[in-house]
Design a protein around this ligand. Structure first.
Ligand code: PGA
Length: 258
């Protein structure tokens, strides 16, 4: 088994107000949430709060960086520049030295599906976003996951394989070093994860598709009570956390699950 650095992502979504965001990140600092040589800790924000934080006068970002806490943007456009109103650009993120970006979070995937975009077209769009992000030296966390319907139809492994293969089409093996796959069953977001046996089986199958050396993390209903079991599985290299990351104490327990 290839040794892979563990990953702990905090996905704040659009939850904290700006005041609450500063308080929450202050609690991360006070409670001792930290990355180190064995684990990456990355907080995902949307573009506006990220920019605000970068300009904060009290060097908030520097203090977080000194604790090994990195940042990522929750979404990025497929184009570097041009007439694309409302999009964030990978080129901007590169210029601002934002190291990570999320592509294809299920809430993003879901918004395209609501417009009845075909699944193949959605994966192709994510593939273009991933390639633009990688060309701009960003680390990509690419989210894949089946819907409740896919699950009840017994299509989980096929759906995940399609999302992986299409999303990563023509991404070179050296660029794959900057890609993390987040397996997030869509029905488990904000709810309960699948059983440990299911997670183990599915992660094993994803690793077969994308390669043993690629970091594959789990997301969906992760909390301090279930983290030890999830991280104890061979093919799980970390977690992407939504709700529990909004509580510094809970997130610290997750990061320090051992
Ligand atoms: P959750 O969200 O931890 O609240 O289930 C995970 C995510 O949406 O990435």
């Amino acid at each position: 088994m290839v040794k892979i650095k563990e990953f702990f992502g905090a996905n704040f979504k659009t939850n904290p107000s700006m005041n609450e965001l500063y308080k929450l990140l202050g609690s991360y600092l006070n409670d001792g949430v930290a990355g180190n040589d064995d684990r990456d800790v990355v907080v995902f924000l949307s573009g506006f709060p990220l920019g605000h934080l970068m300009n904060s006068t009290d060097d908030f970002l520097g203090r977080l960086a000194s604790k090994g806490i990195e940042f990522g943007c929750q979404k990025v456009g497929e184009f570097e520049e041009g007439s694309h109103t409302g999009e964030d650009s990978a080129l901007w993120l590169r210029g601002l030295e934002v190291p990570y970006v999320l592509v294809g979070h299920s809430e993003e995937r879901g918004s395209y599906e609501e417009l009845e975009a075909h699944k193949i077209r959605i994966d192709n769009l994510f593939n273009r976003k991933i390639k633009t992000a990688l060309e701009n030296d960003l680390n990509v966390v690419y989210c894949i996951g089946e819907s409740k319907w896919d699950r009840s139809a017994g299509m989980v492994l096929g759906v995940l394989s399609d999302q992986s293969v299409r999303g990563l089409d023509r991404v070179s093996s050296d660029k794959m070093e900057s890609v993390t796959i987040a397996y997030e069953p869509r029905w488990s977001i904000g709810g309960e994860p699948p059983t440990l046996d299911e997670i183990a089986r599915i992660h094993g199958s994803i690793k077969k598709t994308v390669g043993d050396g690629v970091r594959v993390v789990y997301g969906g209903g992760v909390n301090p009570g279930n983290i030890k079991g999830i991280m104890g599985l061979d093919c799980v290299d970390g977690v992407l956390v939504g709700g529990a990351s909004l509580d510094a104490e809970k997130f610290k327990k997750i990061v320090e699950y051992r």
